[in-house]
Design a protein around this ligand. Structure first.
Ligand code: RVP
Length: 480
């Protein structure tokens, strides 16, 4: 009887999407997606909270491309806070660590400072911190022996702290200046806006930013680590992701509720694979789905527990919709087509570990094997990661007393794949192609319109290239 009640579970390779009549061209589709009440991404992809996937470089790259990085938690609270701040500083249009010079200094010294810091101009401030002038390389070239105050531009155009990007740009263009000091009410220097920074920002048209122009970033915490959550929230994390191997643990849920009350940021909790878990997690903004699909995960063989990912996403998404919760599909994505399937099954976005671990921006070590470049990638439940502190994710020896762990993940390498930007270009290209075939103009339509066909092993074999020796590896179809 138990077996009669059992449902059938399908994963990515068991299904395909059925093509539909369409008027949608891939180039015209909108892949932006809401993942929490306050965060809308321009692409439906998050990078995994793993110590070989997401630290600040990955988070910056993801946000610049319109996605989101979740900084892993296998480090001290202070280190993780610093990582969040680094992302926030990466593209802040008002620089706060400003190099200044006093009016009584010499021109030689001004030049020395500019050369040393690779900048073209300096605000001149008096002993009270008031802006009294500005000097640029142009003003002082070959004027040795003079003092800064003799050559500086005295009529400095300044802006208040509340200035917005467009306004700053307009002022600089109209006045033909490339440096704009930011002053407080009393006229004290508090920041600097430079043209070169604004130009750099324009390069990433798809980037996701907050109202201050800072890139968005998320950070992972354990369910019981309330202090970490509070500190990360304070440091400016836009989303706190409670990261545990089993979020439907009732003791963990009590702690998560406390986190919810103490933070202002949006809250994602996971992972789950049973729709019943959603009923107990309605205090969150989004749930993350995936027990065991991860490429480095051994939970299903070690513990015998899990739900094939397409079924897990579909069941959870149905329930989540009743409560207005967003859904993130986490783990098991091998190709761009799997992203299309995950969203069609009901996810609002996907989380990737493996596909991003091989990029330049991932923190894993590079290794050469047989002349080919790889990057280290490991599960957070692997022995190596657990020894570094992630055992608590699996409800094991959080105090490291025993050091005898039962791993639920493995350690290895993945092929080097170039930059995050290149990888995402292919993944989003595949997603857009899929949306074209299905006739979905946007993510919402893909969730509604996607119809599945369940395939056999023969169907899967037919799906992949067959009866050919591939001689040129395609950028979106790795051979390993
Ligand atoms: P994948 O993209 O298939 O590599 O899966 C990544 C996901 O696997 C992570 O986001 C996380 O949910 C899960 N994970 C991480 N470590 C482990 C483990 O050691 N079992 N699993």
């Amino acid at each position: 009887e138990k077996l009669e009640k059992a449902i059938r579970g399908y994963t990515f390779d068991d299904v395909l999407l059925v093509p539909q009549a369409t008027e949608v061209e891939p180039k015209d589709v909108d892949v932006s997606t809401q993942i929490t009440p306050n965060v809308r991404l321009n692409i439906p992809i998050l990078s995994a909270a793993m110590d070989t996937v997401t630290e600040w470089e990955m988070a910056v790259a993801m946000a610049r491309e319109g996605g989101l990085g979740v900084i892993h938690r296998n480090m001290s609270i202070e280190e993780q806070v610093e990582q969040v701040k680094k992302v926030k500083r990466a593209e802040r249009f008002i620089i706060e660590d400003i190099i200044t010079i006093k009016p009584e200094e010499t021109v030689e010294y001004a030049l020395f400072l500019m050369e040393k810091n690779d900048i073209d101009g300096l605000p001149v401030v008096d002993d009270d911190g008031m802006v009294v002038g500005i000097v640029s390389k142009k003003d002082i070239a070959s004027r040795d022996g003079k003092l800064v105050k003799e050559l500086m531009t005295r009529d400095v155009i300044t802006v208040p702290e509340s200035v917005e990007v467009e306004e700053a740009l307009r002022i600089m263009v109209e006045n033909r200046i490339d440096r704009l000091p930011v002053v407080d009410r009393e006229g004290k220097l508090v920041g600097l806006i430079t043209m070169s920074d604004l130009v750099a920002r324009k390069k990433y048209k798809n980037a996701v930013r907050n109202e201050n122009g800072e890139l968005l970033v998320a950070a992972a915490v354990g369910p019981f680590d309330i202090r970490r959550a509070v500190e990360l929230d304070r440091a400016g994390a836009d989303i706190i992701v409670v990261d545990t191997a089993h979020a439907h643990n009732l003791r963990a849920i009590r702690a998560m509720k406390e986190i919810r009350q103490k933070i202002g940021a949006d809250l994602i909790v996971g992972n789950i694979a049973n729709p019943k878990a959603v009923d107990d997690l309605t205090f969150a903004d989004a749930v993350k789905v995936g027990i065991g699909p991860g490429s480095i995960c051994t939970t299903r063989v070690v513990a015998g527990v899990g739900v094939p990912q397409i079924t897990a996403i579909a069941l959870v998404a149905d329930r989540a919709q009743e409560y207005g919760l967003y859904v993130i599909a986490d783990g098991g994505i091998k190709y761009s087509g799997d992203i299309v399937k995950a969203i069609a099954a009901g996810a609002d976005a996907v989380m990737l570990g493996n596909l991003l671990a091989g990029t330049k921006e991932a923190p894993g070590k590079e290794v050469i094997i047989n002349g080919r470049k790889y990057k280290q990638y490991r599960g957070m439940g692997s022995l190596g990661a657990m020894m570094k502190g992630s055992a608590e994710r699996y409800y094991q020896g959080s105090h490291m007393k025993t050091r005898k762990f039962v791993p639920e993940g493995v350690e290895g390498v993945v092929p080097y794949r170039g930059t995050v930007s290149e990888v995402l270009y292919q993944l989003i290209g595949g997603l857009k192609a899929g949306m074209g075939y299905v006739g979905a103009r946007n993510i919402k339509e893909l969730k509604e319109k996607g119809e599945f066909v369940i395939i056999t092993g023969a169907g899967l074999r037919e799906s992949h290239p067959h009866d050919i020796i591939i001689t040129n590896e395609a950028p979106n179809y790795p051979l390993e």
